[in-house]
Design a protein around this ligand. Structure first.
Ligand SMILES: [Zn+2]
Ligand SMILES: [Zn+2]
Length: 322
């Protein structure tokens, strides 16, 4: 829940919202913003330590900006900012009429204007959102960045640029881990690197909360969140009969153990992992409903869930006879 100390709303990135601290009374949540910091700790940024060739110099910046990370949840309905990888999104101003009859014509018009602005690039399909007909998505198969200043006109009105997300490989997924204690953060990063191998962690992002204290001093503290961009290893996986990146992602464990702590791995292709076993092995998956290890809630024996409990069935039959 976000509470603000004044009528100002907490808009991320708007510095005005943090200037009204003197009126803040005790017990109010200070206006805060959530940001994500990029510590350069990915293996690709390290020189090789064996006597192998040193890695070529790698620019020390993330492969994608935080906003461009593939979604870690299966359904993202945030039309305002988040778009799928390889999509450029525009909004149609209200003055533009949207008769179905001119749809194809509109598509051709948009397409031709982008082609003219980017003659070197290939442009994919143009789609109108069914639920939000004023949103138009231009699919952008190129890995080259889209010039967000590109003007697009329709019926004499300029389209409103909303967002553009760089093309991301299908084998790149985002995994989010929460509630990591500060002291364990580095250990979790290192541990995950080994744990997920042969899949490679390309970048790490740390969630940070920022606010201004009552004396006007900026304060920041980590919120325990870690986002990792992972490149799935397809070579080893096809040997196991997993042909598609989504299947490989689903074969990842649901949990990761470090010391006494167990962390849930959140990612879009995650199956409904049993919360009793909390298995941390690859390629092993069952749901809580199918778990044979948890105790039956009726007879307290392990080995079967309630719905196949012989004692419960007998009791039900007796009940029916009464
Ligand atoms: Zn289980
Ligand atoms: Zn039972």
């Amino acid at each position: 829940m976000t509470r603000t100390s004044s009528p100002a709303t907490s808009t991320p990135g708007d510095p005005k919202t943090t200037e009204n601290t003197p009126t803040q009374s005790l017990g109010d949540t200070p206006v805060y913003t959530a940001t994500h910091e990029w510590p350069p700790i990915a293996a690709r940024l390290e020189p090789l330590n064996d006597d192998g060739d040193p890695r070529p110099a790698v620019a020390r910046h993330p492969l994608l900006s935080f906003a461009e990370l593939p979604p870690h949840q299966a359904r993202i309905l945030n039309y305002d900012a988040r778009v799928a990888p390889g999509v450029v999104r525009y909004g149609l101003p209200p003055r533009i009429k949207l008769p179905d009859a001119t749809r194809i014509q509109d598509m051709v018009q948009i397409h031709s204007q982008i082609c003219e602005a980017h003659p070197e690039l290939e442009i994919g399909s143009i789609t109108f959102k069914k639920s939000r007909p004023r949103i138009v998505d231009i699919h952008w198969p190129s890995s080259q960045p889209y010039n967000t200043e590109t003007p697009i006109w329709l019926s004499g009105e300029r389209l409103i640029f909303i967002a553009a997300a760089g093309r991301v490989k299908e084998t790149w997924i985002t995994i989010v881990i929460r509630d990591i204690e500060d002291a364990s953060f580095d250990a979790v990063c290192r541990g995950l690197r080994d744990f997920l191998s042969p899949h490679e962690i390309l970048d790490y992002w740390r969630g940070v909360l920022n606010y201004t204290d009552r004396n006007g001093n900026p304060v920041r503290f980590p919120n325990g969140e870690l986002y990792i961009l992972v490149e799935l290893d397809m070579k080893g996986s096809t040997d196991r009969g997993l042909l598609y990146p989504n299947d490989v992602a689903s074969s990842l464990p649901g949990f990761f153990v470090l010391g006494e702590n167990k962390y849930k791995l959140n990612y879009a292709a995650r199956l409904d992992h049993c919360t009793f076993c909390q298995s941390t092995t690859f390629f092993e998956h069952h749901r809580l409903a199918d778990c044979t290890l948890r105790l039956c809630s009726f007879c307290q024996d392990p080995g079967h869930p309630l719905r196949s409990c012989p004692a419960a069935k007998r009791a039900e039959a007796d009940q029916a006879q009464v």
